[in-house]
Design a protein around this ligand. Structure first.
Ligand SMILES: C[S@@+](CC[C@H](N)C(=O)[O-])C[C@H]1O[C@@H](n2cnc3c(N)ncnc32)[C@H](O)[C@@H]1O
Length: 295
């Protein structure tokens, strides 16, 4: 039921009161129920994609200052534009913070050796920008990251980054998918102030298509990264992808890094795994702080 999902998602504290009241309105619920029936998506995804689609037309409309009735009118007026967006796009996250513990891990273990990182399921590729442009990222740390964000204590030399995603979002859609205004502002600053260098590339394709995975140049250590993407695959596909990654990293003496959420006894654990073994533990999927596993 859409109504139950609205109430559950509202508890996460990501929406203003007018947005919650707008989502509770009969006309909005009917619109969402129709969309869900046509798209076959879950209730949660249906609600989140509508809010992202609205932000893609007006980035700040849902941040406050608009009455629920004004939001209802906006939906009515723009229904014909919003509907195809909601049917074709998916809500996609990409979090630059996740690059910070990777910098520390790679810098600590690989020093100044040339590294080539291939990220499978990279979304916009923000992690790649952090890895390749680490000095620029750290120079204006407070502009791009929230107060209290842990800083990496070592930096690697990531010479090349290739991200592969089924559907890489453009800048506007990535920002539209971010519900919190302050996080959106920081991501926009990072995106526009630390542009992708020529050594950061993002390509559209399936992570399972190994023909897209680059072979490391001589003298370069190959790193395959999966970050909060394996959970999106069904168990059989996930197992198949893990086999391909292990075959690849074994054949080129490379390393597999996996940022993930694992559930034990109903509790979530956020980890960095290195070649399948836990290395770092995080406070959350936002990687605001981290510590060594088992210490
Ligand atoms: C939750 S996002 C994580 C993005 C990024 N790795 C991060 O941690 O910020 C997962 C991404 O994986 C992509 N994805 C899911 N399955 C994929 C597949 N089979 N091949 C390529 N990309 C895939 C989705 O399109 C989405 O952008």
């Amino acid at each position: 039921m859409i109504c139950a999902s609205v109430e559950r998602l509202a508890e996460k504290g990501l929406w203003t009161t007018p947005v919650i009241e707008f989502l509770r309105k009969d006309s909005t619920v009917r619109w969402l129920e129709d969309l869900r029936a046509e798209s076959g998506r879950s209730e949660d995804e249906t609600i989140l994609v509508l809010l992202a689609a609205i932000r893609s037309l007006d980035l700040t409309l849902l941040d406050g200052g608009s009455e629920p009735e004004a939001l209802e009118e906006f939906l009515t007026c723009h229904s014909q534009t919003l509907r195809p967006v909601c049917l074709t796009r998916r809500v996609q996250a990409n979090v630059a913070e996740r690059g910070l513990p990777l910098l520390e891990f790679l810098g600590t273990h690989w020093g100044r050796q040339r590294l080539a990182v291939t990220e499978l399921g990279c979304s916009f590729g923000l992690i790649g920008r952090v890895l390749v442009s680490a000095p620029d990222t750290l120079k204006n740390f407070g502009r791009y990251f929230a107060p209290g964000q842990q800083r990496p204590t070592a930096l690697p030399f990531v010479a090349e980054y290739l991200g592969i995603d089924l559907d890489p979002p453009d800048e506007r859609w990535l920002l539209a998918c971010i519900p919190l205004a302050d996080l959106r502002t920081r991501v926009a600053r990072f995106m526009f102030e630390v542009p992708a260098s020529p050594h950061v590339r993002v390509t559209q394709g399936s992570a399972l298509d190994t023909a897209l995975w680059p072979q490391p140049a001589p003298g370069t250590h190959s790193v395959v990264l999966t970050s909060f993407m394996l959970y999106q695959l069904d168990p059989e596909t996930r197992q198949g992808l893990v086999h391909k990654i292990v075959d690849h990293t074994t054949s080129c003496n490379g390393t597999w890094l996996n940022l993930d959420v694992l559930t034990d006894d109903g509790r979530n654990r956020f980890v960095l795994q290195v070649d399948g073994k836990d290395e770092l533990l995080f406070d959350s999927d936002l990687c605001r702080s981290w510590g060594h596993h088992g210490r």
